[in-house]
Design a protein around this ligand. Structure first.
Ligand SMILES: Cc1cc2nc3c(=O)[nH]c(=O)nc-3n(C[C@H](O)[C@H](O)[C@H](O)COP(=O)(O)OP(=O)(O)OC[C@H]3O[C@@H](n4cnc5c(N)ncnc54)[C@H](O)[C@@H]3O)c2cc1C
Length: 463
């Protein structure tokens, strides 16, 4: 008698019944949309997709840039969302003449540009609409509600609870909640022309905000408070590609640092730039991460992450120059410290010399938010044992496809995508990595459904 392998006991209901396979995507930021596009392009069967997000109008560029006009910190060439067409974003820009003087630019020049977030947002939405238009066998529903819990039962699949105690059943669920539900910008409003402003954060977003406050005359002086004391490094003016060192990758953090330093020195000596080395290193970071012990991963989070981020999330060269000119002119002051409290008249910071009040006419909080593991949704996911937290406490343990378990026989159809997997996959919060992961997840889902179907076909009737 043929048995259904116990590995596939978590079989989606829709494969037994005469109904569409049902998929939920929780979160409609860039990761949610990218996952949807990959599913539409990859799944070889009709399905019903519901996308949840309390934000009624979702601007995917918002996750990447605080205002639509803010320049992204990746070049055009690094923002294609079509895996086998690295120049897709550039073609899209050229085709629509969407960027000032696009027509006058040679393709190679256009690829090196930094463009505003709103353009990237339009591009992703258009590619989503096209993918949907090509699938008349797929139903996509947008649900403007927050998901508050997730449960799983072997017989009925996933139950998603959303809004005010409403629920729906699904065969597979993709969590794409990124940095949690967006709150309105935390900014204490100021008098028309503020004198002193405080911008909290040491990343590209904080620098961008500080430069805009000065450029728009909204502040005469900005104090940038960076918890680590680091600020983002620059992209090179001339494009650099990926430089891969021939040295084998070390398997300790200390070794990785030495490796990076030596590789950068060698690049310098040959007239190259460290940015190419960093690009090459990022491609192999997954390999290194897998080899680190849990203690070393925790150490990475405590001591290395800030410096790693300052080298991978880089500023367009013009922004970097304006930042350092502002510092030299005394318009921008960098402070290292942890902000304890934000008040209407400034902030309380913990610096080297103890607690200190920094008075300001305006305070803007640009700190990057961590993934929201304390939300009701994630509490329910963890409580039900549907996923586990990673050792570095950055998010959920995932494999390269975003599956929340490495053991195929235990996989029940739950994926955690994009920044949620940062503790397992370094750099999975960046556009190219999210694109790759979206397609890998869609292929893994297709394969999972096929395997279940095969095992059901082989099973005797009535089982
Ligand atoms: C300032 C900034 C600039 C960046 N610039 C670049 C760049 O230039 N290049 C690059 O490659 N990468 C860049 N990144 C990184 C990358 O693009 C982001 O990590 C990515 O946008 C994350 O998208 P996301 O959809 O996972 O998360 P988010 O943008 O945070 O979206 C998550 C969505 O999920 C929703 N949500 C949350 N909880 C729930 C819930 N319970 N129920 C329903 N919906 C929920 C939220 O409302 C939100 O809409 C940048 C990131 C930041 C923060």
């Amino acid at each position: 008698m043929t048995q259904i392998p116990s590995g596939f006991r978590n079989r989606p209901q829709a494969l037994n019944a005469n109904s569409l396979f049902k998929i939920a995507i929780v979160g409609r930021g860039f990761t949610g949309f990218m996952t949807a596009i990959a599913l539409l392009k990859t799944l070889d069967r009709p399905f019903h997709l519901v996308m949840y997000d309390p934000q009624r109008t979702v601007d995917v560029g918002k996750g990447l840039a605080p205002t639509s006009a803010t320049l992204l910190n990746s070049r055009v060439r690094d923002l294609s969302i079509v895996p086998d067409a690295r120049d897709d974003f550039r073609h899209w820009l050229e085709a629509g003449m969407r960027f000032a003087d696009t027509a006058d630019r040679a393709p190679a020049t256009l690829e090196q540009l930094f463009v505003p977030g709103e353009l990237f947002s339009d591009y992703v939405h258009q590619r989503f609409s096209e993918a949907l238009r090509d699938r008349t066998d797929v139903v996509v529903q947008i649900c403007p509600e927050a998901v508050t819990s997730l449960d799983h039962d072997e017989r009925t699949g996933f139950t998603v609870t959303f809004g005010y105690r409403q629920s729906a059943q699904f065969d597979a669920v993709f969590l794409a909640t990124g940095y949690g539900q967006r709150e309105s910008a935390s900014e204490s409003e100021a008098a028309a022309a503020a004198g002193d402003a405080v911008v909290i954060g040491g990343g590209v977003r904080a620098v961008d905000r500080a430069l805009r406050l000065l450029a728009d005359g909204q502040a005469k002086h900005v104090t940038l408070i960076s918890a680590s004391g680091f600020l983002p490094q620059p992209h090179t003016r001339a494009p650099v590609g990926v430089v891969v060192s021939e040295e084998p990758l070390p398997n300790t953090l200390r070794g990785a640092f030495r490796y990076l330093r030596r590789a950068a020195q060698a690049a310098n000596a040959q007239g190259g730039d460290w940015q190419g080395i960093m690009n090459g290193f990022r491609l192999r970071a997954h390999e290194l991460w897998q080899g680190l012990s849990p203690e070393e991963r925790a150490r990475f989070k405590r001591h290395v992450r800030a410096i790693y981020d300052s080298h991978r999330n880089r500023l367009p060269p013009e922004h970097y120059e304006r930042l350092h000119l502002g510092i030299a002119r005394g318009e921008i002051t960098l402070r290292k410290g942890k902000v304890e409290r934000i008040a209407t008249n400034g902030v309380l910071i913990q610096g080297r010399a103890g607690l200190e009040v920094l008075c300001a006419d305006r305070t803007v909080d640009c700190r990057s938010r961590p993934t929201d593991m304390d939300s009701p949704l994630f509490r329910s996911v963890l409580r039900a044992g549907l996923a586990r937290r990673d050792e570095a406490d950055l998010g959920i343990l995932v494999d390269r496809c975003g599956r929340t378990t490495a053991a195929p026989e235990a996989f029940a159809g739950l994926f955690a995508m994009g920044p949620l997997g940062l503790g397992s996959l370094p750099d999975v919060d960046q556009v190219p990595e999210i694109v790759t992961q979206g397609y890998a997840a869609a292929a893994a889902l297709e394969q999972w459904i096929d395997q279940i179907q095969q095992s059901q076909d082989a099973a005797p009737q009535g089982r």
